[in-house]
Design a protein around this ligand. Structure first.
Ligand code: SAH
Length: 213
Protein backbone atom coordinates (compact mmCIF):
# COMPACT_ATOMS: atom_id res chain seq x y z
CA UNK A 1 0.00 0.00 0.00
CA UNK A 2 2.47 2.55 -1.23
CA UNK A 3 2.02 6.08 -2.38
CA UNK A 4 5.02 7.10 -4.47
CA UNK A 5 6.30 10.16 -6.34
CA UNK A 6 5.01 8.53 -9.49
CA UNK A 7 1.50 8.38 -8.03
CA UNK A 8 1.74 12.02 -6.90
CA UNK A 9 2.83 12.98 -10.43
CA UNK A 10 -0.16 11.17 -11.93
CA UNK A 11 -2.44 12.87 -9.39
CA UNK A 12 -1.11 16.27 -10.38
CA UNK A 13 -1.88 15.50 -14.03
CA UNK A 14 -5.40 14.49 -13.01
CA UNK A 15 -5.84 17.80 -11.15
CA UNK A 16 -4.88 19.65 -14.33
CA UNK A 17 -7.53 17.71 -16.27
CA UNK A 18 -10.16 18.48 -13.61
CA UNK A 19 -9.28 22.21 -13.72
CA UNK A 20 -9.55 22.16 -17.52
CA UNK A 21 -12.99 20.57 -17.21
CA UNK A 22 -14.12 23.47 -15.02
CA UNK A 23 -13.40 22.51 -11.41
CA UNK A 24 -12.16 25.72 -9.80
CA UNK A 25 -12.43 25.17 -6.04
CA UNK A 26 -8.80 25.02 -4.94
CA UNK A 27 -9.67 23.33 -1.66
CA UNK A 28 -11.37 20.49 -3.53
CA UNK A 29 -8.44 20.12 -5.95
CA UNK A 30 -5.93 20.13 -3.09
CA UNK A 31 -7.96 17.52 -1.18
CA UNK A 32 -8.09 15.27 -4.24
CA UNK A 33 -4.38 15.80 -4.71
CA UNK A 34 -3.82 14.22 -1.31
CA UNK A 35 -6.02 11.10 -1.60
CA UNK A 36 -4.19 8.07 -3.05
CA UNK A 37 -7.01 6.90 -5.36
CA UNK A 38 -5.00 3.89 -6.56
CA UNK A 39 -5.35 2.34 -3.10
CA UNK A 40 -9.15 2.36 -3.43
CA UNK A 41 -9.17 0.18 -6.52
CA UNK A 42 -8.62 -3.53 -6.93
CA UNK A 43 -5.02 -4.21 -7.94
CA UNK A 44 -5.88 -5.02 -11.57
CA UNK A 45 -7.08 -1.49 -12.09
CA UNK A 46 -4.27 0.41 -10.39
CA UNK A 47 -2.92 1.67 -13.71
CA UNK A 48 -6.24 3.37 -14.38
CA UNK A 49 -6.52 5.06 -11.00
CA UNK A 50 -5.56 8.52 -12.21
CA UNK A 51 -7.58 8.58 -15.40
CA UNK A 52 -10.75 10.59 -15.17
CA UNK A 53 -12.95 7.49 -15.29
CA UNK A 54 -15.29 5.50 -13.08
CA UNK A 55 -14.18 1.91 -12.37
CA UNK A 56 -15.72 -1.28 -11.03
CA UNK A 57 -15.24 -2.08 -7.34
CA UNK A 58 -16.71 -5.02 -5.39
CA UNK A 59 -20.38 -6.07 -5.46
CA UNK A 60 -21.11 -4.71 -8.95
CA UNK A 61 -20.61 -1.10 -7.82
CA UNK A 62 -18.29 1.61 -9.10
CA UNK A 63 -15.83 4.13 -7.72
CA UNK A 64 -17.17 7.43 -9.07
CA UNK A 65 -15.29 9.28 -11.80
CA UNK A 66 -12.88 11.87 -10.32
CA UNK A 67 -14.68 14.69 -12.18
CA UNK A 68 -17.97 13.62 -10.56
CA UNK A 69 -16.37 13.48 -7.10
CA UNK A 70 -14.87 16.94 -7.66
CA UNK A 71 -18.15 18.36 -9.00
CA UNK A 72 -20.23 17.04 -6.10
CA UNK A 73 -17.63 18.10 -3.52
CA UNK A 74 -17.52 21.59 -4.99
CA UNK A 75 -21.32 21.93 -4.84
CA UNK A 76 -21.32 20.93 -1.19
CA UNK A 77 -19.04 23.89 -0.24
CA UNK A 78 -17.59 22.07 2.74
CA UNK A 79 -16.24 24.17 5.60
CA UNK A 80 -13.86 22.73 8.17
CA UNK A 81 -15.72 20.75 10.87
CA UNK A 82 -18.96 20.65 8.87
CA UNK A 83 -21.10 17.64 9.67
CA UNK A 84 -21.62 15.79 6.39
CA UNK A 85 -23.73 12.74 5.63
CA UNK A 86 -22.71 10.66 2.62
CA UNK A 87 -25.09 8.09 1.10
CA UNK A 88 -23.22 5.32 -0.72
CA UNK A 89 -19.83 4.73 0.91
CA UNK A 90 -18.74 2.38 -1.88
CA UNK A 91 -14.94 2.30 -2.06
CA UNK A 92 -14.65 5.14 0.46
CA UNK A 93 -12.90 7.43 -2.02
CA UNK A 94 -15.44 10.25 -1.79
CA UNK A 95 -15.46 9.78 1.99
CA UNK A 96 -11.69 10.34 2.03
CA UNK A 97 -12.02 13.50 -0.05
CA UNK A 98 -14.62 14.86 2.40
CA UNK A 99 -12.31 14.04 5.32
CA UNK A 100 -9.44 15.84 3.54
CA UNK A 101 -11.75 18.87 3.31
CA UNK A 102 -11.97 18.84 7.09
CA UNK A 103 -15.52 17.50 7.39
CA UNK A 104 -16.86 15.24 10.10
CA UNK A 105 -18.24 12.45 7.96
CA UNK A 106 -21.09 10.02 8.53
CA UNK A 107 -21.42 7.55 5.68
CA UNK A 108 -24.02 4.88 4.88
CA UNK A 109 -23.67 1.84 2.60
CA UNK A 110 -26.42 -0.69 1.86
CA UNK A 111 -24.23 -3.51 0.49
CA UNK A 112 -22.80 -5.53 3.32
CA UNK A 113 -19.77 -6.76 1.39
CA UNK A 114 -18.70 -3.23 0.51
CA UNK A 115 -19.53 -1.90 3.95
CA UNK A 116 -17.29 -4.51 5.60
CA UNK A 117 -14.43 -3.99 3.19
CA UNK A 118 -14.41 -0.19 3.37
CA UNK A 119 -15.04 -0.14 7.14
CA UNK A 120 -11.71 -1.92 7.59
CA UNK A 121 -9.84 -0.24 4.77
CA UNK A 122 -10.38 3.49 5.39
CA UNK A 123 -8.90 3.62 8.93
CA UNK A 124 -6.03 1.43 7.73
CA UNK A 125 -4.88 4.22 5.42
CA UNK A 126 -5.56 6.94 7.98
CA UNK A 127 -9.10 8.06 7.08
CA UNK A 128 -11.44 7.93 10.05
CA UNK A 129 -15.07 8.91 9.53
CA UNK A 130 -17.19 9.75 12.59
CA UNK A 131 -19.37 6.79 11.69
CA UNK A 132 -19.69 4.20 8.95
CA UNK A 133 -23.13 2.65 8.86
CA UNK A 134 -24.50 -0.46 7.18
CA UNK A 135 -28.01 0.70 6.38
CA UNK A 136 -30.46 2.23 3.96
CA UNK A 137 -29.60 5.76 2.90
CA UNK A 138 -33.22 6.52 1.97
CA UNK A 139 -33.79 6.98 5.70
CA UNK A 140 -30.77 9.21 6.27
CA UNK A 141 -29.43 9.23 9.82
CA UNK A 142 -32.04 10.94 12.01
CA UNK A 143 -30.16 10.33 15.26
CA UNK A 144 -27.23 12.47 14.03
CA UNK A 145 -29.25 15.16 12.22
CA UNK A 146 -29.15 18.00 11.37
CA UNK A 147 -26.31 18.05 8.83
CA UNK A 148 -24.52 20.93 7.12
CA UNK A 149 -24.48 18.88 3.96
CA UNK A 150 -25.77 15.61 2.56
CA UNK A 151 -24.15 14.00 -0.48
CA UNK A 152 -25.83 11.15 -2.37
CA UNK A 153 -23.44 9.16 -4.58
CA UNK A 154 -26.02 6.87 -6.24
CA UNK A 155 -28.73 7.77 -8.77
CA UNK A 156 -31.99 8.44 -6.93
CA UNK A 157 -35.39 8.09 -8.66
CA UNK A 158 -36.82 10.80 -6.36
CA UNK A 159 -35.70 12.99 -3.47
CA UNK A 160 -35.99 11.07 -0.19
CA UNK A 161 -37.96 13.35 2.14
CA UNK A 162 -35.95 12.35 5.26
CA UNK A 163 -32.80 13.75 3.64
CA UNK A 164 -34.35 17.19 3.17
CA UNK A 165 -35.69 17.06 6.73
CA UNK A 166 -32.21 16.27 8.10
CA UNK A 167 -30.56 19.39 6.65
CA UNK A 168 -29.67 22.40 8.77
CA UNK A 169 -31.13 25.69 7.61
CA UNK A 170 -28.39 26.96 5.32
CA UNK A 171 -27.38 23.38 4.50
CA UNK A 172 -27.20 21.67 1.10
CA UNK A 173 -28.28 18.35 -0.36
CA UNK A 174 -26.40 17.26 -3.48
CA UNK A 175 -28.22 14.43 -5.22
CA UNK A 176 -28.17 12.94 -8.74
CA UNK A 177 -31.84 12.55 -9.72
CA UNK A 178 -33.17 10.23 -12.41
CA UNK A 179 -33.44 6.63 -13.55
CA UNK A 180 -31.03 5.92 -16.44
CA UNK A 181 -29.37 9.34 -16.63
CA UNK A 182 -29.27 11.62 -13.63
CA UNK A 183 -29.46 15.38 -13.30
CA UNK A 184 -27.14 16.65 -10.60
CA UNK A 185 -29.40 18.56 -8.27
CA UNK A 186 -28.60 20.95 -5.45
CA UNK A 187 -31.19 21.69 -2.76
CA UNK A 188 -30.35 24.55 -0.40
CA UNK A 189 -32.43 24.84 2.73
CA UNK A 190 -33.35 28.48 3.18
CA UNK A 191 -35.95 28.09 5.92
CA UNK A 192 -37.84 25.50 7.95
CA UNK A 193 -40.10 24.76 5.01
CA UNK A 194 -38.17 26.46 2.21
CA UNK A 195 -35.74 24.92 -0.23
CA UNK A 196 -34.12 26.27 -3.39
CA UNK A 197 -33.49 23.78 -6.17
CA UNK A 198 -30.84 24.02 -8.90
CA UNK A 199 -30.27 21.52 -11.74
CA UNK A 200 -26.64 21.24 -12.79
CA UNK A 201 -25.96 18.87 -15.67
CA UNK A 202 -26.21 15.19 -16.57
CA UNK A 203 -24.31 12.34 -14.95
CA UNK A 204 -24.53 8.55 -14.75
CA UNK A 205 -24.55 6.73 -11.44
CA UNK A 206 -25.34 3.21 -10.23
CA UNK A 207 -28.89 3.18 -8.83
CA UNK A 208 -29.84 4.12 -5.30
CA UNK A 209 -31.65 0.98 -4.11
CA UNK A 210 -34.02 0.45 -1.20
CA UNK A 211 -33.17 -1.60 1.89
CA UNK A 212 -29.94 -3.29 2.92
CA UNK A 213 -28.55 -6.29 1.07
N1 SAH B 1 -18.92 7.24 -3.06
C1 SAH B 1 -18.59 6.00 -3.71
C2 SAH B 1 -19.49 5.74 -4.91
C3 SAH B 1 -19.95 4.33 -4.92
S1 SAH B 1 -21.22 3.95 -6.06
C4 SAH B 1 -17.14 5.96 -4.11
O1 SAH B 1 -16.49 7.02 -4.16
O2 SAH B 1 -16.62 4.87 -4.34
C5 SAH B 1 -22.69 4.20 -5.08
C6 SAH B 1 -22.81 3.38 -3.83
O3 SAH B 1 -24.11 3.65 -3.27
C7 SAH B 1 -22.74 1.87 -4.02
O4 SAH B 1 -21.74 1.36 -3.19
C8 SAH B 1 -24.13 1.38 -3.61
O5 SAH B 1 -24.12 0.11 -2.98
C9 SAH B 1 -24.56 2.47 -2.64
N2 SAH B 1 -26.00 2.60 -2.43
C10 SAH B 1 -27.02 2.43 -3.34
N3 SAH B 1 -28.22 2.62 -2.75
C11 SAH B 1 -27.96 2.92 -1.43
C12 SAH B 1 -28.79 3.19 -0.29
N4 SAH B 1 -30.13 3.21 -0.36
N5 SAH B 1 -28.19 3.47 0.90
C13 SAH B 1 -26.83 3.44 1.01
N6 SAH B 1 -26.00 3.17 -0.02
C14 SAH B 1 -26.56 2.91 -1.22
Amino acid sequence: MKDTHKHQGLRNQLLTILSEKGISDQKVLAAMGRVPRHLFMDSGFVDFAYQDKAFPIAAGQTISQPYTVAFQSELLRVQKNDKILEIGTGSGYQTAVLLELGAKVYTIERQQELYKKTHLFLPKIGYVPKKMIFGDGYKGLPEQAPFDGILVTAGAPFVPKPLLAQLKIGGSLVIPLGETVQTMTLFSRTGVKDFEKQSLGSFRFVPMLKEKS
